[in-house]
Design a protein around this ligand. Structure first.
Ligand code: SF4
Length: 240
């Protein structure tokens, strides 16, 4: 303890920390409602007819675009519309249908194996439990979150590259890891909006709050977003 005659201990120089800016809690609802405008009941852009075809489409969509998956899946599901038919088709039969998609060989093996397991363990149905979904080959937490959200209406948040960027950029749920962002979004987004917020954020990231440059000048949520400085509209004739 310093006495009255001792000089006060020197303060340690403080290390400058990057300031994490968060969107105010009260601003989250109006922000989400603004970016949702015109699309109150959003759905995934992947084409699917039933839980099985969604599950397969999501597995195929890893590191590729929904549009690329939508081009490949009609032929695949025409050849094998059920888990039993897909298992019978096998990786060799699946491969030629999905060759235009990245990582097609490992995806073909995963789809064949998951179809087999669906038949063996779940009578050919897609399970509604996270644990059972994540036990399937090629199915991680993100894929399980998409299926639970889209098919079973559960308020999950599958964090893809768009959502990760938006959560940090807008201050909605800053985080260094995917799981940190997921937990932050689930905690902060009002429960009645959470299920639909997943789609709104993806669409907003895809078409407005783009990776290379956010198009803040036409963003309906700009007044609540903490990102700064917000770029102005490019001069006419130079828009991307
Ligand atoms: S204001 Fe800009 S940074 Fe914020 S959400 Fe809109 S487009 Fe993204």
């Amino acid at each position: 303890m310093p006495t009255a005659t001792e000089p006060p201990p020197k303060r340690r120089p403080t290390v400058p920390q990057a300031r994490v800016r968060r969107m105010k809690t009260a601003d989250i609802r109006p922000f989400l409602e603004a970016i949702s405008a015109g699309n109150p009941e959003p759905r995934t852009e992947l084409h699917y007819a039933d839980p099985f075809s969604l599950l397969v489409a999501v597995v195929l969509s890893a590191q590729t675009t929904d549009a690329a998956v939508n081009k490949a899946t009609p032929g695949l599901f025409a050849a094998a519309p059920t888990p039993a038919a897909m298992a019978a088709l096998g990786a060799e039969g699946i491969g030629p249908h999905i060759r235009s998609i990245g990582l097609w060989q490992s995806k073909a093996r995963n789809v064949a194996a998951l179809a087999e397991l669906l038949v063996e363990r779940h009578g050919g149905a897609v399970p509604a439990e996270r644990e059972a979904l994540e036990a399937l080959p090629g199915v991680g937490r993100k894929t399980a979150n998409v299926v639970l959200n889209e098919i079973f209406g559960q308020p999950t948040m599958a964090v893809d590259t768009h959502i990760f960027r938006l959560a940090n950029r807008t201050g909605l749920a800053p985080g260094k890891t995917v799981r940190e962002v997921e937990d932050g979004l689930v905690r902060r987004i009002p429960p009645d909006l959470l299920r639909r917020a997943h789609h709104w954020l993806i669409l907003h990231g895809r078409y407005v709050c783009k990776a290379r440059q956010p198009e803040c000048w036409r963003c309906p949520g700009a007044q609540w977003c903490v990102f700064t400085p917000k770029p102005a509209a490019p001069a006419r004739g130079r828009r991307a």
